[in-house]
Design a protein around this ligand. Structure first.
Ligand SMILES: [Zn+2]
Length: 263
């Protein structure tokens, strides 16, 4: 399939993107799998973790950065709505600056810790010089129309159906997420749910955004399941349609003027 000038306009084309949050040392396992299957991805990394979780060494971070996009995840992984605006600004600005110092490159992407943000936090992220931000809104098969509220499709985690229902109610955009909710609720087994959501995306076109935490995948002993899934994705999605989050965001921005407002 040939990439068109405005690929978002072709609703049968499926774009696949992937993101890993928190910069856990086991991100190196994801790095190896993604590289082997030729899947593009973004790793969102804080400088420290206030909950005490380990962070990738600088050498490992640089190794990942040589092949994948690195995004910021605040300075010490604090949920922004718990902070006064000045402290939220510190977390956003300092996390970006430190990461840029380590990697010697501009960091265009940001991800909200725990998926939590206020409207003022989206402005802080924008004013800090980021180009886009990822949320934890799930069950979307498009990349949205708001550069600082990029949604996802599914977390690589065995959430209960009740969690899917709660996320659905809380996060809005209901008309475009209803098909995903139906599929999520129809499959109790989370791996079957993953494949069913992906199959829907293959048929409908749009975007499939898988995200997760390497620490969870360690605890679930699910690296082989991820390996199999990424191998399957590579058979269904053409290499030119496997994008990191930043490249996907740039496509949203390229088509934004002609897109209708969000529901
Ligand atoms: Zn996080």
């Amino acid at each position: 399939m040939k990439l068109r000038q405005s690929p978002m306009a072709d609703n049968k084309t499926l774009m696949f993107t992937c993101s890993l949050d928190d910069g856990h040392p086991s991100d190196m396992k994801a790095f190896e799998l993604l590289q082997r299957h030729g899947i593009a991805a973004t790793f969102y990394v804080p400088i420290k973790n206030r909950e005490g979780a380990h962070i990738l060494s600088r050498a490992d971070l640089r190794e990942i950065a040589a092949y994948f996009e690195i995004g910021s995840h605040t300075y010490d992984h604090t949920a922004l709505p718990s902070l006064a605006p000045a402290l939220s600004r510190f977390q956003v600005v300092e996390g970006k600056k430190k990461l840029e110092d380590i990697l010697g490159r501009k960091i265009p992407g940001f991800c909200y810790p725990a998926g939590k943000y206020r409207m003022l936090d989206t402005d802080i992220v924008k004013n800090a010089g980021f180009e886009y931000a990822r949320t934890t809104i799930n069950l979307c098969f498009d990349s949205g129309s708001r550069m600082f509220e990029m949604p996802t499709t599914m977390q690589f985690y065995p959430h209960s159906q009740a969690v899917y229902l709660r996320n659905f109610i809380r996060a809005g955009r209901w008309p475009s997420r209803l098909a995903g909710l139906r599929i999520a609720l129809a499959h109790e087994d989370w791996i079957r749910r993953l494949y069913a959501l992906f199959e829907h995306a293959c048929q409908q076109g749009g975007v499939f955004h898988l995200w997760g935490h390497a620490k969870d995948i360690d605890e679930l002993n699910a690296w082989q399941k991820l390996d199999q899934f990424l191998g399957y994705v590579a058979t269904r999605v053409a290499p030119e349609h496997r994008l990191n989050n930043g490249n996907l965001a740039r496509q949203i921005s390229a088509v934004l003027p002609s897109r209708p407002p969000p529901p």
